[in-house]
Structure formats: C-alpha cells, structure tokens
Design a protein around this ligand. Structure first.
Ligand code: AMP
Ligand code: ZN
Length: 115
C-alpha cells in the first residue's frame, strides 16, 4: 500500500535493522524499544490489523510464518526462557502503524511491561 511505512520496510525501500526474513514476513528492531529486545514481525503483504487477518483464510497462512519468525528470533536473541508477543489491534489498543505487526519483547524480566 502506498505511503505505508511498514510496506516500504518490507520491500527494503527504507533502511532498518532487519533481523529475520522468510517468504511471508520480515522482522526488524523497533526504533523506540520498550525492552532490551524489541523486534517487530511484519507481514510482507499489507494487512491493516489482526482483525482483518482473521477474516481471510488465505492471509491466515501469515500466522504460520509469524510462528516460524517468533521461534527463530527467540533463539537468535536468546530469549526463549521468556518473551512476550503483543498485538495492538486498533487505535483504542494503541495501534499507531496500521499495518499488522507483532511486538516481540524480552531480554529482561518484563513485569507488566507493554508496548
Ligand atoms: P503500535 O503502537 O503497536 O502500532 O507500534 C508501532 C511501533 O512501530 C512502535 O513501537 C514504533 O516505535 C515502531 N516504529 C514505527 N516506525 C518505525 C520504523 N521506521 N522503524 C522501526 N520501528 C518503527
Ligand atoms: Zn503496509
């Protein structure tokens, strides 16, 4: 989608610290980290939010790719003992970028920390 920052990142048109990529998703460091490890996992296809993803069975393939990404990133950053996966769905939940993304945070004791 034109003018979507995460579409541009997914197409490598904007530079980020990319940490993982597979056929359907990319993952990169959040520019404003909420924890020692804060990675965003983003589908390459533009999907506005999790609610939209759930409404389309073809897009549901993305969840398998997200699962692979989570495991690979947890291993890469040695957070497999404890990490949190967060989706802010919609503005009332704090979503600010309207291209679906999963926040993986960890690398420290998280307590009640959210993003
Ligand atoms: P959310 O509030 O759930 O929509 O999260 C959006 C996240 O994207 C925030 O944590 C931002 O810090 C992060 N973010 C926005 N633009 C960029 C960017 N260009 N590179 C890395 N992280 C970004
Ligand atoms: Zn997009």
């Amino acid at each position: 989608m034109q003018d979507c920052i995460f579409c541009k990142i997914a197409k490598h048109e904007i530079e980020t610290e990319m940490v993982y990529e597979n056929d359907l998703v990319v993952a990169f460091k959040d520019m404003n980290p909420a924890a020692q490890v804060h990675i965003l996992i983003v589908p390459k296809e533009h999907v506005t939010n999790f609610y939209e993803l759930a409404s389309n069975s073809r897009k549901a393939l993305i969840m398998g790719a997200v699962t692979d990404a989570v495991k690979a990133i947890a291993d890469q950053f040695e957070t497999s003992d404890g990490f949190r996966l967060i989706v802010n769905n919609g503005k009332d939940a704090g979503q600010t970028v309207f291209h679906l993304h999963f926040h993986l945070i960890g690398g420290e004791v998280l307590g009640a920390k959210l993003v």
